[in-house]
Ligand binder design. Structure first.
Ligand code: CA
Length: 415
């Protein structure tokens, strides 16, 4: 048997945060991460309670992937009720919340359940794919075509969550799906402390360099630390083989869920009903403002800001389009002026005329006008002169035109 670890879990407080509000779990067929939020003890409590609720089904043997899916989603919703219950008993925790990204392996199926912006990835044949969709404000902007995926990466509000497991939401909407899995697949569950700071190609490279799940977990966390690790970092790696999914000797619990659950007794402002991370302008450092009050006009502000961005984009677009058009316009004006310094001789119905401009037109628009009608009748001209006039005669300028007209007049037969 392969001595390498197939599955592993690790969590690190990071280089900036005072406490680890992430939790992670790797069992025999259940795996999850939870990223808690809410000041004081709130985030720790939220992710611990959610982890407890979900891991309550860790030892269950489900008779089908569909049953597993049903039970997993129910367990997450039960976690939400636990949060509400905890807030009733400890009002100072109001506004806490947590992400949950969890999966259960059932044979060759992987059952996924997810809410928030933690992520589940699948590494298959060397390619890392994000399986879950972030429930973030920027993801919604991307989906509605208001910004591009590249813009989302640097958007000032990329950390704002639209959906999360919290005490303020009675019926959280959990994304859930059942996917195929096969021997050789490696699944990664992580908090945004990893995927928000370490690029996906780096994550993939590290996983490929470390077939051992324990070593890969350590290396991924180190990669986040190397980038300053401003947030808690949690990593769970799951390897899939023919038989057992996990070589962990016993289930691993990491992060705040691995510590005894303690509730803060510090008084909290009860006006702050919603997690600061959930509804806070990004310009205010999240961790620096325990007393920040959630701004109820926040979404209005965000929408107004978005509108401004759209207007800026439209102005830029207008400049990009109008500058070449203006240049073309200037060129066209010069070209037209040049044509108006040209003359030629031709026929206008039944007389010889001097035209100003050029014979060619733009489509049906002529680029010449009658300058002088000489009054010389075409039928007074010898055939060869008449044909020349009808086919037009080029001249260098108005003077030459006049002298040519004089010669034509000389050959005209006046009756
Ligand atoms: Ca986080």
């Amino acid at each position: 048997m392969d001595a390498r670890l197939l599955s592993a879990a690790g969590s690190h407080v990071g280089r900036v945060r005072a406490s680890n509000q992430d939790s992670g779990y790797a069992g025999t067929h259940l795996f999850m991460v939870a990223d808690g939020m809410g000041g004081h003890a709130g985030g720790d409590v939220a992710s611990s309670l959610a982890t407890q609720a979900v891991t309550a089904v860790a030892d269950e043997l489900f008779d089908s992937p569909e049953t597993a899916q049903h039970e997993l989603v129910n367990a997450i919703i039960a976690g939400s009720s636990e949060l509400s219950e905890a807030v009733r008993e400890h009002p100072e925790l109001a506004g806490m919340g947590t992400t949950v990204s969890a999966m259960v392996r059932h044979g060759n199926k992987m059952v996924i359940a997810h809410i928030g912006d933690s992520r589940i990835y699948l590494l298959r044949d060397g390619v890392l794919d994000q399986i879950t969709t972030d429930h973030t404000f920027v993801q919604r902007l991307v989906e509605t075509g208001r910004i591009t995926a590249d813009e989302a990466l640097v958007h000032p509000r990329r950390n704002v969550l639209m959906r999360v497991l919290g005490d303020f939401e009675n019926a959280p909407i959990i994304d859930s799906t059942i996917l195929d899995t096969q021997p050789g697949d490696r699944w990664l569950l992580c908090s945004d402390g990893l995927c928000g700071y370490v690029p996906e190609n780096t994550i993939a490279r590290i996983m490929l360099e470390h077939p051992d799940a324990g070593e890969a977990t350590t290396a991924l966390i180190q990669a986040a630390l190397d980038r300053g690790a401003p947030d808690n970092v949690t990593v769970v790696i799951v390897g899939v083989t023919e038989t057992a999914i996990s070589a962990v000797p016993k289930p691993i619990l990491v992060g705040s869920a691995s510590l005894p659950l303690t509730f803060s007794t510090e008084p909290r402002r009860t006006t702050q009903r919603i997690s600061t991370r959930f509804f806070q302008p990004r310009s205010v450092p999240v961790e620096a403002t325990e007393t920040f009050e959630a701004d109820e006009n926040y979404l209005d502000k965000v929408i107004a800001e978005d509108r401004k961005r759209a207007i800026r984009r439209r102005i830029l677009w207008a400049v990009w389009v109008s500058v070449p058009i203006a240049l073309l316009g200037v060129l066209a004006a010069y070209a037209y002026q040049w044509t108006q310094e040209q003359f030629y001789i031709g026929a206008d119905e039944d007389t010889v005329v001097i035209y100003q401009g050029v014979q060619q037109g733009i489509g049906s628009i002529p680029l010449s006008t009658v300058h002088t009608d000489t009054g010389i009748r075409l039928d007074s001209l010898p055939d060869y002169v008449r044909v020349s006039v009808i086919h037009t005669i080029n001249v260098a300028d108005l003077n030459e035109a006049r002298s040519v007209v004089e010669r034509i007049a000389n050959v005209a037969v006046n009756d």
